[in-house]
Design a protein around this ligand. Structure first.
Ligand code: ZN
Ligand code: ZN
Length: 302
């Protein structure tokens, strides 16, 4: 947890991980111990089709979690967080695997009081036109550690999500480990969530309201529109790169001097439609803002 200059608290969490309850290699206790010792404030155990309940491990919060998957119209994995009751969906019927539409998985999570998160769109080779058809998602992963090297080398879903953003998608972005304890994936992607306290209702509500950002280490203090610009306040970044719906433009990359960047600004254009930023620190680690809708009143200098 850190406190920002306005006194707001930001809690660090990994909300996608597996244990021996499904295909992970660590027992739940060992998985929790690892994240506690790595300084996390909260986690969610999201074993495949095995819903976990609210709990705590030596003071580290555990919010309810699960991961559902289907092979209908492509490959879809949906993480559920903060459910208040069991999800009324079955993976098998009469000993046979059934594949429900992705939308049914999302609806099932929401009916159980949970938040539905689109998992690893790059690993699943999700088509942007299919992603935008889904309704009721609370967010999508932009970074999924276990999908990276040496497993699939598709940890980063940003290009697929930019294509979906061009089509109108506006979802908050998460970074997660999707930990299986295979090799190097733990402790590489997480979210910082802004909430007054680290309780399940407060964390889940903050995620529902989009009060979080994805990171591997760098901190993003604020992002907002001001005088026709998109402004990102950061902590000693080496660079900040801006992405929008405009495919050719200058000034998309800002590089800091020896002291590092504390703030980066991007002049908005009529063709932008959406804007987001990726922050990089001296260790090559990233943090990502979520895409923001760019409206005419944000572009016009007041
Ligand atoms: Zn998955
Ligand atoms: Zn997973």
């Amino acid at each position: 947890m850190y406190t920002d200059s306005e006194g707001k608290k930001w809690w660090k969490g990994n909300v996608h991980m597996h244990t021996t309850r499904s295909d992970g290699r660590a027992e739940p206790e060992a998985a929790c111990k690892g994240y506690l010792e790595a300084g996390y404030d909260f986690i969610a155990l999201t074993d495949h089709w095995k819903q976990s309940e609210e709990d705590s491990y030596q003071g580290m919060l555990m919010i309810p979690g699960v991961e559902l998957d289907t092979m209908t119209d492509g490959c879809w994995h949906i993480v559920g967080l903060g459910m208040q009751r069991p999800i009324a969906l079955q993976r098998d019927e009469g000993g046979k695997r059934i594949h429900l539409p992705a939308q049914t998985l999302i609806d099932g999570i929401r009916e159980a009081g949970g938040l539905a998160i689109l998992a690893h769109p790059a690993w699943s080779l999700e088509q942007p036109a299919d992603i935008v058809k889904l309704t009721g998602l609370a967010g999508t992963e932009i970074y999924n550690s276990v999908s990276g090297y040496p497993y699939s080398s598709r940890a980063d879903s940003s290009v697929i999500l930019d294509l979906a953003s061009v089509l109108g998608l506006r979802l908050p972005y998460l970074a997660v480990d999707d930990t299986h304890f295979y090799r190097e994936e733990p402790y590489r992607g997480f979210i910082y969530v802004q909430a007054d306290e680290c309780t399940a209702p407060a964390i889940v509500e903050a995620i529902r309201e989009g009060r979080f950002y994805a990171s591997q280490g760098p901190r993003i203090y604020k992002d907002y529109f001001e005088n026709g610009e998109y402004v990102v306040k950061v902590d000693q970044a080496v660079s900040v790169v801006f992405y929008s719906a405009t495919y050719y433009q200058r000034d998309t990359t800002q590089v800091g001097d020896k002291e590092g960047l504390k703030e980066a600004r991007f002049r908005l254009k009529a063709s932008d439609h959406f804007v987001r930023a990726m922050v990089t620190d001296s260790l090559g680690r990233h943090a990502w803002t979520s895409p923001r809708d760019v409206r005419l009143e944000d572009i016009i200098k007041i």
